[in-house]
Design a binder for this molecule. Structure first.
Ligand code: UN1
Length: 500
């Protein structure tokens, strides 16, 4: 598709959604499909950012006492609008993030799913009643809305990550100020406008959600503002390393979802057909640009040659190109810089003893950054393997004993996702045990990516420790109050302390 066609298609989607393009200066909407700019956009100014946070803080004051199931109505309406505009939003995701159609639709489905989850949650923000040690006393905990949640999101899931945070934050009674990636402003304008429509339809305060379009300085204003109670940030470990201490310095809360360096172990008993499919999707899908992308394959020595050969053959058949073309499985990398980083990593891998057995070349004729997903056999887990390069490179390592496989899986600084392909139940369970995988996500007979929203999503070590999305991740978006209620006429002190 040409840049003109992409522009038209983007405008048509935005128009159906009802969102306007704020033309001006400071920011560009662009498409990795052609690598060219689509529109010049007006960035949010520092004063506007300041005001937006103030407005959100003000809207929070009424929202926090709106009954949670009523708050759920807002999110239900957002879910309905997402269903109605699924295709439009998916188009914008393809245009700005370069995802193939099925993955772009999948991203919007993830948003719909989290809205459904959050609506149910709006009637389940349970606290506990706890046995008191004193007669005539009751102990309870109450979950209260937290405040303004600052959401910082990345280009690769330009809408879903926002929705995980926003749907949950809104039912929890919070307000949201969103600073999306500057690479995906149109997706954020569209998603934000759908929420504006839901706010209007349900009569909720419009200021409950504010969108900030801008770069690093805008993000910094959000991160440093004491009115922002929680900063939920998704992105690189480098970014998290900066944000974490800044928010901690003002005693704010952070929820970090940072880099991954995800591994799959393939045991000798594995169903190799199943493993093959799981590996190719996890490693080459989304052009290797998921935080859950499979980056390290740890294969038993006895099956390594056979598996690598089959993988290389499958890689050779992967259709690479315009994600709008039917049949394309691998779209472009987000920028030329990402392609350069991939080339540099491949050079380093070779210098560290690696051998490229599939792909790795840049392809395509326009200025989009199209690359062949690469497979590199490594003699050991060298420096480059231990780093996250946000591109489709799959490093293959071999192992002899299960203990070695687990040690290799865990011996990287990141701890997001992991999996094992095996038919040996003991091995599977050992991989999931306390001394097995050290990641936030550990799977069996499935790849590392493509988690469902029902579980808590996030990881350990340099991945940042935060959990978003399902399970009880909502607790990060609320504050807990412990209540002691004395319904007797005597004042009994805890721990049998006597006084007076
Ligand atoms: C991300 O890449 O930041 O598990 C999120 C997955 C998706 C979410 C990825 N559900 O791959």
């Amino acid at each position: 598709m040409s840049t003109d066609e992409l522009r038209e298609r983007a405008l048509a989607s935005l128009h159906r959604i009802g969102a306007a393009v704020p033309e001006g200066t400071g920011l560009h909407a662009r498409s990795p499909i052609t690598g060219e700019n689509l529109f010049a956009l007006r960035a949010t100014t520092a004063e506007e950012t300041e005001r937006a946070i103030g407005e959100a803080a003000e809207a929070f004051r009424t929202w926090r006492t709106t009954p949670a199931p009523v708050r759920g109505e807002l999110v239900r309406t957002l879910g309905d609008l997402l269903r109605a505009h699924k295709s439009d939003l998916a188009d914008l995701i393809t245009i700005e993030a370069g995802k193939i159609r099925s993955e772009a639709l999948g991203e919007v489905q993830e948003m719909i799913d989290i809205c459904d989850f959050a609506v149910g949650l709006s009637r389940q923000l349970y606290g506990r009643t706890i046995a008191s040690e004193r007669p005539g006393h009751r102990l309870a905990e109450t979950w209260h809305p937290l405040g303004v949640v600052g959401v910082v999101s990345a280009f690769n899931f330009p809408a879903a990550v926002w929705s995980w945070n926003t749907a949950i934050a809104l039912v929890c009674g919070d307000a949201v100020v969103w600073k999306p990636s500057e690479l995906t402003p149109l997706v954020s304008l569209a998603a934000s406008h759908l929420l504006d429509r839901a706010l209007e339809q349900t009569g909720a305060p419009r200021e409950l959600h504010r969108l900030l379009l801008g770069g690093r300085e805008t993000g910094e204003l959000l991160v440093d503002d004491p009115r922002v109670s929680l900063v939920s940030a998704t992105g690189s470990t480098r970014m998290g390393r900066e944000i974490g201490p800044r928010v901690a310095a003002r005693f704010g809360r952070v929820l970090l979802e940072l880099g991954g360096n995800n591994a799959t172990v393939v045991a000798p008993s594995a169903d190799l057909d199943l493993a093959l499919q799981g590996i190719v999707f996890a490693a080459a899908g989304t052009a290797g640009q998921r935080c859950t992308t499979l980056r390290r394959l740890i294969v038993h020595r006895d099956i390594a040659d056979q598996l690598v050969e089959r993988l290389a053959a499958a890689y050779g058949r992967l259709p690479i190109g315009d994600p709008f073309d039917e049949g394309t499985l691998v779209g472009p990398l987000i920028t030329g810089t990402a392609a350069d980083a991939m080339a540099t990593a491949l050079e380093r891998a070779q210098a560290e003893g690696g051998k490229i057995v599939a792909g790795g070349r840049r392809v395509g004729t326009n200025s989009g950054a199209y690359v062949e997903p690469a497979i590199v056999r490594m003699p050991k887990q060298t420096g480059v393997v231990r780093e996250e390069t946000f591109a489709p490179i799959l490093y293959v390592l071999t192992y002899d004993t299960f203990e070695q496989a687990v040690a290799l899986q865990n011996d990287v600084p990141q701890g997001l996702s992991s999996s094992i392909f095996t038919r040996d139940q003991q091995e599977a369970e050992r991989f999931l045990a306390a001394d097995g995988s050290d990641c936030g996500i550990a799977n069996v007979n499935i790849g590392t990516s493509g988690a469902e929203i029902g579980g808590a999503f996030g990881g350990e070590k340099e991945t940042g420790g935060g959990r978003e999305s399902g399970s009880d991740a909502w607790r990060a978006y609320m504050r807990r109050a412990t209540n002691t209620i004395n319904y007797s006429s005597a004042l009994a002190l805890a721990q049998n302390v006597s006084f007076l």
